[in-house]
Design a protein around this ligand. Sequence first.
Ligand SMILES: O=P(O)(O)OC[C@H]1O[C@H](OP(=O)(O)OP(=O)(O)O)[C@H](O)[C@@H]1O
Length: 223
Amino acid sequence: MSQTVQTNGCNGKGKARQTTEKEMFEEFYDMEVFRLGEFYLKSGQMTPIYIDLRRLISKPKIMRAVAQALCDKIQNMQLKFDYIVGVPYAALPLATLVADILDIPMLMKRKEAKSHGTKQLIEGVYSKGGTVLLVEDVVTWGDSIKETAQAIREEGLLVTDSIAILDRQQGAKAKLEAINVNFHSFLTMDGILNGLIEKEQITKERKSEIVEHLAKPFTPKAN
Ligand SMILES: O=P(O)(O)OC[C@H]1O[C@H](OP(=O)(O)OP(=O)(O)O)[C@H](O)[C@@H]1O
C-alpha cells in the first residue's frame, strides 16, 4: 500500500535547487532562532542553548522553504508512506505544509482524546495497515516521537520513519531505532554550534562545554 513519494522536485513544478544546511542555518540565525542562556526543556533538563523553532510560524515563506527542504530530503531518501502525522503540537503547521507539498493525506494525533465528538485520538480518514511518516520540529530525547508512534501503532497503522528539522543529538536516534522507527533530521546540534562559532557567538571552548553539558547523564521527568 505504501507509496514512494515520486514528484519532480516535490512541488511538481520542476526540479528546483535544494536548500542546504548552511542556508537554513543562516535563515534561522537571522530569525534569532538560536538562543544562548539558561533554558529548560520538556524533560526538565537545563540547556545552555534553546532552538526556538516556534518563531517559524511568524515567517510563512521561510516555513514553506523549510517544509520544502524536508520534502526534498524525503524524496532523496525514497521514503515510503501513506499518511503524514505531525508530532503535537508545535510540528503541526510544518507537517501540514509537508502534506500539502507532497499531496499526501494527513492524520492528526491528539495529545489527549476528547470526551465528546468522535472521541478519537487519531483524527482523519485512514485504513489499518497504512504507513505513517512522522514529522517533528525539534527532537531532544525522542519521547514525543516515541509516544506518537505508539499511539498510531495502537490504531493498527505502521510507523517506519520520522523526520525533524533539528536533532539536538541527545540520544533520540538510538532510542527510536530501538522501537523500529528510523529517524532523519535536516540540521544537527553540532552543525548549529559550528555555525555559531563562525558567527563568533561562541568559542570552540564554549562549544565543547555545551556538548559536554548536553551529554551528561540525565533522567527525564516522567510525563
Ligand atoms: O524529543 P523530546 O524530548 O520529546 O522533545 C521534543 C519535543 O518537545 C517540544 O514539544 P513540547 O513538548 O514543548 O510540546 P508542544 O509541541 O505542544 O509545544 C518539541 O516541539 C518536540 O515535540
